[in-house]
Write a protein that binds this ligand. Structure first.
Ligand code: DX5
Ligand code: ZN
Length: 238
């Protein structure tokens, strides 16, 4: 069963998605509850030890989170063969399912399957993957995820080299005209979130910056305030 609907959001609203990768995996329901009310999404990193050199959790754990978490689930699939596995996460009730462009053989078909199962469809790009080849896919997606670290682990340093791509992605989305959210994931913290917002991100994943804080909800609120202030002075149209 899906969680309660999130707030109604206009375009360019800042959204916060704490990543449970940095939480205590033996207490996932409690860790989700710790950010419920402060966050918009719970970001869940599915890793298969093949697409990335790390193994986390899969569909059974996501199904349990869907029952017990009080906020919508944002599934980030860092797996090979997303064409084969992604639709099940959407059918289970994840509000958003993101696949990696580098792993998908049939991204258009898979993104359409995710949407037809009732989820939002996301497309993720690794730091070295250019955004321009995916411009024609914008009508097929609800969110583009730009990785700001190499995927696989929490707690890595933010890669500033992604910021020019983020600006170009914001331009592409603006020219496209539809509402496609731009998510950043990796190394997002009080030191980097303003740079991300100014460059064009509107959905912010943060793992260690939230779950390694003494008060995860307060950390979300403080990061959100920083992102909102930076968005207000961003050069792109809001
Ligand atoms: C990394 C994951 C991230 C991770 C981010 O591959 O996709 O979601 O949890 O962790 P931090 O915010 O600690 O870099
Ligand atoms: Zn992630």
């Amino acid at each position: 069963m899906d969680a309660a609907p999130g707030p109604t959001l206009g375009p360019m609203a800042v959204q916060m998605a704490p990543s449970i990768l940095s939480a205590d995996f033996a207490r996932l329901a409690d860790e989700a509850a710790a950010v419920t009310g402060a966050a918009d999404w719970l970001h869940v990193d599915v890793m298969d030890n093949h697409f990335v050199p790390n193994l986390t959790l899969g569909l059974p754990v996501v199904e349990s989170l869907l029952k017990h978490a009080g906020l919508p689930i944002d599934c980030h699939l860092m797996i090979e063969e997303p064409d084969r596995w992604a639709p099940a996460y959407a059918e289970a009730g994840a509000r958003n399912v993101t696949i990696h462009a580098e792993a998908a053989s049939s991204p258009v078909r898979t993104l359409r399957m995710i949407r037809s199962a009732g989820s939002r469809a996301g497309l993720a790009l690794n730091p070295a993957t250019p955004v321009e080849p995916y411009a024609d896919l914008l009508p097929e997606i609800d969110m583009m995820l730009l990785m700001t670290v190499e995927p696989g682990f929490g707690g890595q340093p933010f890669l500033d080299l992604v910021l020019p791509k983020l600006r170009r992605a914001r331009d592409l989305v603006t020219r496209h005209g539809g509402e496609v959210w731009l998510q950043v994931d990796g190394g997002v913290s009080e030191k980097t979130i303003e740079r991300c917002a100014e460059a064009g991100a509107d959905v912010f994943v943060a793992g260690s910056a939230v779950y390694h804080a003494d008060d995860p909800a307060a950390a979300v609120q403080s990061l959100r305030a920083q992102a909102e202030q930076a968005t207000a002075r961003a050069p792109w149209p809001s």
